[in-house]
Design a protein around this ligand. Sequence first.
Ligand code: PNS
Length: 171
Amino acid sequence: MKDSLFLDKVAVYPGSFDPITLGHLDIINRAITLFDTLIILVLNNYRKKPLFSIQERTELIKKCIENNQKIVVDSYCGLLVDYIKEKGIKFIVKGIRAISDFEYEFQQHLVNSKLIDVETIFFMTKFEYNFLSSSLVKEIAFFGGDISNFVPQSILKDILIKMDKLRRGED
Ligand code: PNS
């Protein structure tokens, strides 16, 4: 009997992860129970100006992921569907928080599945992370607020250093 719903399956969890939050980490931990391999893919969102470079975001994620054979961290400059096509992936994992996320995620799902044959699996956020976003984390950190309940401990210092540089106009 199969103990995993999508045995031998690979999924990609795409996002800007600028930076990764505890909300993202929760989706990752839940998604790896369904898939054999989860690729966390750092991409650029055309609508957002990132604070961290794509390489920095990738490194931050790696610092949060314990040695887990099922997780791969990768980055890509281009369309998500092109990456998916290249790798032969059949599943996209996304997290959904408030209803406001739904419209945007639904649109992305429709566009992606129009371009290639791919399914999107949505994970509803846990209650405690419903308010949480990378943008909020950056805003709180910029003004010196405490973000320790919102991001993994292992990257807290990196974010604070980056914010310090930003405030001093060095970044
Ligand atoms: O964490 P985000 O910002 O909500 O993630 C959005 C992301 C990066 C997954 C989306 O913008 C994306 O897929 N960007 C790559 C370029 C692309 O494929 N754009 C078309 C999306 S339908």
